[in-house]
Write a new protein. Structure first.
Length: 201
């Protein structure tokens, strides 16, 4: 399962083939690394189960995806395990900070009232935009945490198109989860009012 696809024989790439860019490059990368990405997401979810290891798993996932984007021969299991053990304390603290901000955003969105929901959506967007750049920078280059945080903010401001695109991808995952959690909260709060005859614990 964790055997890298680079070990399989294939026709290779023509020497005079033009280098792909833009959407064509993204599609080629996704097609080439599809099963590696599936393995990577399974590893990420398993390593996130203890919650406190979210940051380390996030950093390891970023390192693997950066290698894929650079078309570097990679083995998800080996690379993920090695990255998981690097800068453990820093990654754990950054991961807990990200989880705390996301939790605050979800709580505000699921709260009653327009302004708390608006503030919660703003917090979720800013958090997602910052950390999607922060983890990629930490994986791509060896810089101090403060420098990575500064560069992450600069990327948000200087590359707004990529930031919006990244937020769109995050929204596809976050919005359904937030709406479902809001639905569950409503169902739990209203169960007594709708069914007053339910037995009490």
């Amino acid at each position: 399962m964790f055997r890298p696809s680079y070990l399989k024989e294939g026709p290779g790439v023509a020497k005079d083939a033009p280098e792909k860019t833009g959407a064509a490059w993204v599609g080629e990368t996704l097609a080439r690394e599809f099963w590696q990405l599936v393995k990577l997401n399974v590893l990420f979810l398993l390593c996130c189960l203890p919650v406190v290891t979210f940051g380390a798993a996030r950093a390891a996932m970023a390192r693997c995806t950066v290698n894929m984007a650079r078309d570097v021969p990679n083995d998800v299991w080996t690379d993920f395990r090695a990255a998981l053990r690097q800068d453990t304390v820093r990654n754990l603290l950054c991961g807990l900070a990200e989880l705390a901000l996301l939790w605050m955003g979800v709580m505000l969105v699921t709260a009653d009232g327009f302004f708390p929901a608006l503030l919660g959506m703003l917090l979720l967007c800013v958090t997602a935009a910052f950390f999607q750049n922060f983890w990629a920078i930490q994986a791509a280059i060896d810089v101090p945490t403060a420098a990575a945080a500064r560069d992450a903010w600069l990327l948000c401001l200087l590359r707004p198109g990529m930031t919006v695109l990244g937020l769109g991808v995050n929204a596809l995952l976050l919005i359904p989860a937030v709406l479902f959690s809001r639905f569950l909260c409503r169902m739990c709060c209203c169960s007594r009012a709708v069914c007053p005859d339910l037995p009490r614990a």
